[in-house]
Design a protein around this ligand. Structure first.
Ligand code: PEP
Ligand code: MG
Length: 586
């Protein structure tokens, strides 16, 4: 073991797991854009140089994508987004204008165009957007390398290395997972940075936002990282390594145990069944979801069909995609949500619409967009596709962000119109297709008894319900301490929705992130929820909790926490309860 002093740092753990390995340091890039003026006669050559570098960058990114195993991996989409950025008028058009108007070289012009865009990001002060700022930088960096004829090849760390960098571009991260690195550490980054998203998708333990880890570590230093707690230990002592190895063995054993549960029912000890369903973004995720034990799809977020590729999805694409989901599920049910775009989920057609909204999260998003001039036709196409697919298996259609009964009625009128069209054309669909709504706004939660009389089912979208109840942007780090699923207000709202659904005899699922948290699921079950839809990887762990609990005890737990004044009071009681479930029984 190393003689050097053990150093501990805590960052943001963004992808769980324990990793040991030697550091592979990627120095902070100091590539500078050279600056000089050009002659009038050289303008066209300079513009051509820029376009050539952009084309080369595009080709390199396409090549990286080719090497990725599946079109459905998150890195695939992120790299596609970078390719789109390469051709974005705000970047390229602005740079060309600088070359022409100010007679400056491509590198300088591009730097200025990027700085203008950065300025816009800086003034927004939103974590998610701030992290997107780094995407512009990554794209700039690549074009600059091509302009200067510098190496753009993939990073090649030795296998099992822990990569330490200031920040990593999605393209770098995507090539790194193929190189079988054992962990990632970065100075910069946040929970929604792409390093984090890709690391989680490929199950590489990662800690970000370490500020100066690149200064503390040298290549070949021995490193230990715990991606769950965010702890990083440089030059760990033999005792430290031994204790983390023990923890690692425990985690691996728990993983094996969870995998062995795939075919067991999610049944409480007092024999109440809970349906554990998967949230998916596309049919390609279904093989894994079934492998994790999903009993169906509780939420298919179809907006990804609009955010990838160059063409907007038409009726046929919606139809084929939905049929593909049903086929893969072999008779298990699928709830498909109509597109929920706007706010942080932007598609090109929306960008082109150039909506000037001060508060997009409170603006023309989701179902409002579908009912507006901009989205109406796309919505009808999707409804036609989904209705046609309903003839092929148990498909339910769900509408996001419904504010109340009036809006639900408008949506149902559109569905009726589309059904009449299909009838007139003699096209088959399930005449009894269920139409449900997401409950994700306080206005809907508080009128759940009225909505339950006109909707076939509910699905509580707690991600947005928390955002709109607590008035806290779900991706804003400054107020993230308020983003608290166990806040008493949420427990009351969810409880009210579940009761209304029960009274009116309609099913009620919870499909926000909190459904997949084993430390929270007992509260939902105690409130009467019997369907939980979550990211498929969470299913085994939630199932393990369900199988250890009694639903009547969970009801008593809810009765105890219902009147507690703060979220931390609630959390303390719930944590005690869940730990009690895990304790070995005498
Ligand atoms: C939610 O809001 O809880 C939800 C499931 O929808 P999304 O995360 O796609 O907004
Ligand atoms: Mg939502």
């Amino acid at each position: 073991m190393s003689e050097r002093q053990e150093i501990r740092r805590t960052g943001l753990g963004v992808s769980p797991g324990i990793a040991f390995g030697r550091a592979y340091l990627i120095g902070r890039d100091t590539l500078k854009a050279p600056r000089h003026h050009i002659e009038q006669d050289d303008i066209d050559t300079e513009v051509a140089r820029l376009y050539k570098a952009i084309a080369a960058s595009d080709k390199q990114l396409a090549k990286i994508k080719e090497k990725l195993a599946s079109e459905n991996e998150s890195d695939y989409h992120i790299i596609t987004a970078h390719q789109m950025m390469l051709h974005d008028e705000h970047l390229v058009g602005a740079a060309v204008e600088y070359i022409r108007d100010e007679k400056i070289n491509s590198e300088w012009a591009l730097r200025r165009a990027v700085d203008d865009i950065r300025g816009v990001f800086d003034s927004i002060e939103d974590q998610y957007l701030r992290e997107r700022r780094s995407d512009v930088e990554f794209v700039f960096e690549r074009v600059l390398r091509n302009l200067l004829g510098r190496d753009t090849g993939p990073l090649q760390p030795p296998p099992d290395a822990i990569v330490v960098a200031y920040d990593l571009s999605p393209a770098d991260t995507a090539t790194l997972h193929k190189a079988a690195v054992s962990g990632l550490l970065t100075d910069a980054g946040g929970k929604t940075s792409h390093t984090a998203i890709i690391a989680r998708a490929h199950e590489i333990p990662a800690v970000v936002a370490l500020e100066n880890i690149t200064e503390l570590v040298e290549t070949d230093d021995l490193l230990l990282l715990d991606g769950a707690s965010g702890i990083v230990i440089v030059n760990p002592s033999a005792t430290t390594v031994a204790s983390y190895r023990e923890e690692q063995r425990r985690q691996v054993a728990a993983g094996v145990h969870l995998a062995s549960m795939r075919d067991l029912p999610a049944r409480t000890l007092d024999t109440h069944d809970v349906a554990l369903l998967a949230n998916i973004d596309g049919p390609d995720e279904l093989d894994d979801a079934v492998e994790y034990g999903a009993m169906g799809v509780g939420l298919f977020r179809t907006e990804y069909l609009f955010m990838t590729g160059t063409e907007l999805p038409d009726e046929e694409r919606h139809y084929k995609t939905a049929v593909a989901v049903l086929e893969k599920l072999k008779g298990k049910p699928a709830t498909i949500r109509t597109f929920d775009l706007g706010s942080d989920k932007l598609a090109k057609f929306l960008k082109d619409a150039e909506l000037d909204e001060a508060n997009p999260a409170l603006g023309l998003r989701s179902i409002r967009l579908c009912l507006s001039e901009i989205g109406r036709e796309l919505f009808r196409q999707q409804l036609r596709g989904l209705l046609r697919a309903s003839a092929h298996g148990p498909l339910k259609i769900m509408f996001p962000m419904i504010s109340g009964v009036a809006e639900l009625r408008v949506v149902k009128t559109v569905v009726e119109d589309v059904k009449a069209e299909l009838d007139a054309e003699g096209i088959a669909y399930d005449k009894d297709v269920k139409l449900g709504i997401m409950i994700e706004m306080p206005s809907a939660a508080l009128t759940a008894d009225l909505l339950a009389q006109e909707a076939d089912f509910f699905s509580i979208g707690t991600n947005d319900l928390i955002q709109y109840t607590m008035a806290v942007d779900r991706v804003n780090e400054y107020v993230s301490y308020l983003y608290e699923p166990l806040h008493p207000s949420l427990i009351r709202l969810i409880g009210g929705v579940v009761s209304a659904a029960r009274e009116h005899n309609i099913p009620c699922t919870v499909c926000g992130e909190m459904a997949g948290e084993p430390m929270i699921a007992p509260v939902l079950i105690g409130l009467g929820v019997r369907e939980l839809s979550m990211s498929a990887v969470s299913i085994p762990e939630v199932k393990a909790t369900v199988r250890q609990m009694h639903s009547d005890e969970a009801e008593k737990l809810v009765a105890r926490v219902k009147n507690l004044p703060t979220a931390s009071d609630v959390r303390a009681v719930v944590t005690d309860y869940v730990f009690g479930l895990m304790a070995p029984k005498p």
